[in-house]
Design a binder for this molecule. Sequence first.
Ligand code: NAP
Length: 251
Amino acid sequence: MTVEPSQKTVWITGASSGLGYSLAQTYLHKGFKVIASARKEGQLAELSKRYPEQLEFLAFDVADEEQVSVVSQRLAELTSRLDCAILNAGTCEYLNMDDPDWSLFERVNEVNYMGVVRSVRVCLPLLKETPNAHLVGVSSQAVQAPFIRSEAYGASKAAVRYLMASLRLDLAPDDIAVTCILPGFVDTPLTQKNDFDMPFIMSSDEASERIVKAIEKRVFEYAFPKRLTAVLALSRWMPHLWFKRNARTGS
Ligand SMILES: NC(=O)c1ccc[n+]([C@@H]2O[C@H](COP(=O)([O-])OP(=O)(O)OC[C@H]3O[C@@H](n4cnc5c(N)ncnc54)[C@H](OP(=O)(O)O)[C@@H]3O)[C@@H](O)[C@H]2O)c1
């Protein structure tokens, strides 16, 4: 199947569950052609039965450098236009300071940061060929304040935020809009493993609706929910209080 050139097309990485899956559903409802990537087809298999003409699964392990050229080729076979690329694939591992596994930095970085870089390499040629194209990266509200155990995750997401800001400048002559999304807590398989309170958590469907609206407005950065953004601003306004409330108390 090849994508009709007249139909708007979105590529979503990390679309097999959670936020990416909800985003895929939202764009299908909007009539987009959706090219959905992940390692496993997962929940998408059921969705592709409901939207056989609109949804295409493109397997891509964003941590695997060797897949970049074949996935680029396959994406170009699937569509000649790419209106939007949402680089959402991500993982989270926490550092246990009592028994640190330092190798997790590399694992998290290879997916969350280098995975976005590889995905940019895959989609950029098509974005450049599509008028008013849009590149979207998914960072996290975690970058707004330091959290315990989040050294690797937070740093990888801060890198994504910087990457998007920098790409926005470099891609201006190509007329490619760039948006960086900073979600707060969203109820997905990634957060279902968390053992701490997650203030203002919302469903992935609600988060997806908000993200799509922000993408449509072509804002540069969208951090949500605002209540969480306000709380996290405490780390900058009152760093001593933030430290007191959040520092590790020891085992
Ligand atoms: N949930 C939250 O509260 C929250 C908050 C802030 C930011 N985020 C960010 O939002 C994004 C989506 O997370 P989520 O909460 O929806 O988590 P999720 O349900 O665990 O989804 C993660 C997605 O990424 C894919 N993925 C993981 N490793 C991959 C790899 N090596 N190659 C390709 N795909 C890979 C997974 O698919 P496969 O396993 O099939 O590959 C899955 O589709 C992530 O970037 C996350 O950091 C989430």
